[in-house]
Design a protein around this ligand. Structure first.
Ligand SMILES: Nc1nc2c(ncn2[C@@H]2O[C@H](COP(=O)(O)OP(=O)(O)O)[C@@H](O)[C@H]2O)c(=O)[nH]1
Ligand SMILES: [Mg+2]
Length: 230
């Protein structure tokens, strides 16, 4: 049986025979990485790529169609309910929002859309900003692409996959809102998405997530630690 490795406490419950040194290391590791993301503070919002902070250190970007739960995921990762505004009104985010973790590491909240009522002119502007960011940002280590597990691989997601492949950006897909589906439906969707992403040449990984139940948080945090060299 796989351990639901969400926390230091569940690690201890699942590995009762673990030696004291390993317990200390587990505790330190959990505390250390939690601290990095908890330190996230809003840096700035940019409407065009010229306003971006200097291209140094490491950035990890989050992107997703509106209402897939991107803000909720960011809040979950940073253990901060206020960080990225969780909104029931879709399509409001038009800027790249940057959050500093420390002097060298940043999270970037990229604009997403997904509703027909967004005017085409605005879509064009967003796409230009996004494509410039994805194609030119040297410090961008990877992209977390958030999808609603009930509606994966929409046109916007395909566009992001195409661009990231074109610009050799690693992608990690979060199939969010897993709490909305049965276990068998989750498995089925995962297989379907895994099959669809095989055509891309850039590194792509995939996981199931729920910002509501915290399912998948440890897996995501491990990936972020790797990308941030933390
Ligand atoms: N059931 C469920 N609802 C979620 C989850 N993540 C986000 N939501 C809800 O989905 C809606 C949109 O979330 P938000 O984070 O604002 O999405 P964003 O537009 O992609 O930033 C809100 O009502 C959230 O409470 C999840 O994992 N499970
Ligand atoms: Mg949002």
């Amino acid at each position: 049986m796989a351990a639901p490795s969400h926390s230091f406490v569940t690690n201890l419950l699942f590995y009762p025979t673990i030696d004291p040194l390993s317990i200390a290391i587990l505790h330190k590791r959990h505390t250390v990485s939690r601290h990095l993301y908890q330190k996230a503070t809003f840096l700035l919002s940019v409407a065009n790529s010229r306003q971006l902070p200097s291209d140094q250190g490491i950035e990890v970007a989050f992107i997703g169609r509106s209402n897939t739960g991107k803000s909720s995921v960011l809040n979950r990762v940073t253990h901060n309910k206020q960080l990225a505004r969780v909104s029931k009104t879709p399509g409001r985010t038009q800027y790249i929002n940057l959050f500093a973790l420390d002097a060298e590491r940043r999270l970037a909240d990229l604009p997403g859309y997904g509703y027909a009522k967004v005017p085409p002119e605005m879509k064009k502007k967003w796409q230009a900003l996004l494509e410039t960011y994805l194609s030119t940002r040297n410090c961008l280590k990877g992209v977390i692409l958030v999808m609603d597990i009930r509606h994966p691989l929409k046109a916007f997601d395909q566009l992001m996959l195409d661009w990231c492949s074109q610009y050799h950006r690693p992608i990690h897909i979060l199939l969010n809102k897993s709490d909305k589906l049965s276990r068998s439906a989750i498995k089925q969707t995962k297989v379907q998405v895994e099959r669809a992403i095989k055509i891309y040449a850039n590194p792509i990984s995939l996981q199931v997530f729920s910002a509501l139940t915290t399912d998948g948080t440890k897996e995501l945090q491990d990936l972020l630690n790797k990308w941030f060299c933390y």
